[in-house]
Design a binder for this molecule. Structure first.
Ligand code: ADP
Ligand code: MG
Length: 216
């Protein structure tokens, strides 16, 4: 509600978000459009509590992030949010399987069930045989799918995805979209997907466009 965010590069102030109101319901898939530099990633970061707004309120699962301590925000993110970063952010020293297991471990899961769940997700994104590879051994599209599997692993209430199909061919992109929209329907996961893709737009329940700091 009422989100404002500006960046200051020392000499000039750049207003990126100028009063954003957006509500996402459970199970709702919303496509976030907007030209490059319009603030899509900035908005996703604010909603995830990775960055703080200058003004305004972010509530996730009914809780105001601004009233939480850094530690509470971290715990909330672990439980409630899956983030697919534009740059993947896979941990380079962990294998693919370990990367997908990580969010499950952070919520206290252990043992064979953990490995089984991570392996199942790798199959769902079409990479069942790459579990023992390291991220730098994979193509950009493969890394993107691993990042998606990792974001889904702990069944978050909210998935924030930053151009998740940007590096995928259309068949793989369609498969990833099936996975995301299926999850939204089955588990009631809310999804906000920053994208330039017409396929994502076609599959979304709702489309919002960020331009000149406002959602239209
Ligand atoms: P989009 O994801 O829509 O391409 P971004 O949210 O990445 O847009 O960026 C919006 C604007 O904010 C851009 O002009 C960008 O240069 C600026 N910006 C983003 N992050 C920072 C930062 N950490 N410091 C300064 N400027 C930033
Ligand atoms: Mg971006």
């Amino acid at each position: 509600k009422g989100l404002h965010k500006a960046y200051d590069d020392g000499s000039t102030r750049h207003d990126v978000l100028c009063g954003i109101d957006l509500e996402l319901g459970a199970g709702e898939v919303v496509a976030l459009l907007g030209p490059s530099g319009s603030g899509k990633s900035t908005l996703l970061n604010l909603i995830a509590g990775l960055d703080a707004p200058d003004q305004g309120i972010v509530e996730v699962a009914g809780r105001d992030l601004g009233t939480m301590s850094e530690r509470e925000r971290t715990l909330m993110r672990r439980r409630e949010v899956g983030f697919v970063f534009q740059s993947f952010n896979l941990v380079p020293t962990l294998t693919v399987l370990e990367n997908v297991q990580l969010p499950l471990e952070l919520t206290g899961r252990r043992g064979a069930a953990l490995r089984d769940e991570a392996a199942r997700l790798l199959s769902q994104v079409g990479l069942p045989e790459r579990g023992s590879a390291f991220p730098d051994e994979l193509s950009g599209g493969e890394q993107q799918r691993i990042a998606i599997a990792r974001a889904l692993a702990h069944s978050p209430a909210l998935i924030l995805a930053d151009e998740p199909t940007g590096n995928l061919d259309s068949a793989t992109g369609a498969r990833v979209l099936d996975l995301l929209t299926g999850l939204a329907a089955e588990r009631g996961t809310a999804m906000l997907i920053a994208t330039h893709s017409a396929e994502v737009v076609a599959r979304a329940d709702r489309v919002v466009t960020l331009r000149d700091g406002l959602l239209r």
